[in-house]
Design a binder for this molecule. Structure first.
Ligand SMILES: *Cc1c(COP(=O)(O)O)cnc(C)c1O
Length: 429
């Protein structure tokens, strides 16, 4: 790789590494983050956000991308190095139904499930795969609860490189597994949970010179910052009061917070919105650490039907927790019952999202009920994945067969006699 205007810095100690070095962790074991040299981009950044608004009108993929449009803030690669579909440009929805359900009159939802492979993971993946190629790798790998593998498989296929997926056996939503197989990734089901698959893939990548593209990879985080950047652009660069999002491995919340801090660093923001991370009650190690003011204690076993956030030992907990503490942010937890009821509401509003996404909406409802968020505050929630990612759980909910939850808003299919009279009898019911 030619010389780059950034370095990798340890989040815990003073060590720093050149951008050209292949590294995911510091020698001390802590995670790394990209540190930018803004002076190399000052001229453009001094122009302010209007540059990014101009690019939205361009026909070039690199300008249309909701990630690379912000390349001076995300990662300044050369245009020829970028592998983009392009991603982003997701919609921001308002819904009277969801305002009523949550009690948040000022709620809007940015639907990251509208990315090319159906989840926000594409924003980090376009950057990680571009870097993998720039570093000269011909193989990439990840451990995944599903969406990371779907995204990696698609971008690796586009780049013409091999992809290896490590998934926890029997614990992955069907839509996601289908994508991984269809896009041609070599898919390995590990006899164990996500946390074990994660540990294993790190070892394999180190031993076999395969590039690791989990959110441990600091470039994934740089790409995911773009959710916040595009959200602010959607809002005409006016800050909301709150940004609410689900937390699993905690890469996304780390990225959002890093992006906000950087906007303050370059002088574009003088205050920051509050960020609320929502965890599933059965996979809540950040919630516990935040409320007990302790370091994170990994859970031996995570349990939730929202498989995308079923993670007991989140890789990016320190980045996320520090950012939250520095911005007066908070962590809330919601039960599977609350998640699936919120999902039924999001779906019935005509928006639709996968279960983990709807922890956002369940969380907003809970934070309004507790008086933490005021009903008149401007709240932006992130919906992280597409409705069709997990059809089995959606159908189980509507047929009242989802394990351990009551289907409060079930809309089951019915049988009717195959005649006009039979159907009309049903219509009148
Ligand atoms: C990955 C994912 C999450 C969790 O994001 P983290 O960065 O792991 O905290 C939430 N929802 C969906 C749909 C996801 O794919």
């Amino acid at each position: 790789m030619p010389h780059r205007p950034w370095i990798l810095g340890c989040i815990d100690c003073e060590r720093r590494y050149a951008a050209e070095e292949v590294r995911y962790r510091c020698e001390c074991g802590a995670t790394l983050e990209v540190r930018h040299d803004w002076t190399t981009r000052r001229a453009l950044l001094d122009l302010g956000p209007s540059v990014f608004d101009q690019r939205r009108l361009s026909r070039e993929a690199i300008d249309r991308s909701g990630v690379w449009r912000f390349r001076e803030l995300v990662l300044p690669l050369a245009g020829s190095e970028v592998i983009t579909k392009p991603e982003g440009n997701t919609n921001l929805y308002c819904s009277d139904r969801l305002a009523a359900y949550t009690g948040s009159a000022g709620l809007s939802l940015k639907h990251e499930g509208e990315n090319p492979t159906g989840s926000f993971k594409d924003r980090g993946m376009t950057v990680a795969i571009s870097v993998a190629c720039a570093l000269g790798f011909a193989r990439v790998a990840c451990a995944s609860t599903g969406n990371t593998s779907a995204s990696m498989a698609a971008y690796a296929a586009q780049a013409g490189i091999e992809a290896y997926v490590f998934i926890p056996e029997g614990k992955i939503a069907y839509g996601k597994l289908a994508q991984s197989l269809a896009y041609g990734a070599r898919t390995i089901q590990i006899e164990g949970d996500f946390d074990l698959a994660m540990k294993l893939v790190e070892e394999v990548c180190r031993a076999d010179s395969i590039y690791l593209v989990n959110s441990l990879n600091p470039y994934r985080i740089e790409g995911q910052k773009a959710i916040g950047l595009e959200l602010l652009q959607d809002l005409g660069w006016r800050l909301p009061d709150w940004i609410v999002l689900p937390g699993g491995n905690l890469g996304n919340s780390s990225a959002l917070l890093k992006g906000l801090f950087e906007l303050r660093e370059i002088g574009w923001l003088d205050r920051l919105p509050r960020v609320a991370v929502i965890q599933a009650a059965g996979a809540n190690p950040l919630y516990t650490a935040f409320h007990n003011r302790t370091t994170l204690q990994p859970l031996a076993q995570a349990e939730t039907l929202a498989t995308a956030i079923k993670i007991g030992n989140p890789v990016s907990w320190k980045k996320s927790l520090r950012g939250l503490l520095a911005t007066h942010g908070l962590v809330e937890q919601v039960s599977d019952q609350e998640i699936l009821d919120a999902k039924a509401q999001v779906d019935a509003a005509g928006i639709g999202a996968e279960p983990a996404s709807c922890a956002t909406v369940a969380g907003v409802r809970k934070l309004i009920a507790s008086g933490t968020i005021r009903p008149d505050e401007r709240v932006c929630g992130i919906l992280t994945g597409h409705l069709l990612k997990d059809p089995d759980l959606t159908i189980a909910y509507h047929q009242s067969t989802a394990l351990g939850v009551t289907s409060n808003f079930a809309n089951p299919p019915v049988r009717a006699e195959a005649s006009l009279a039979g159907v009309r009898r049903w219509l009148r019911r």
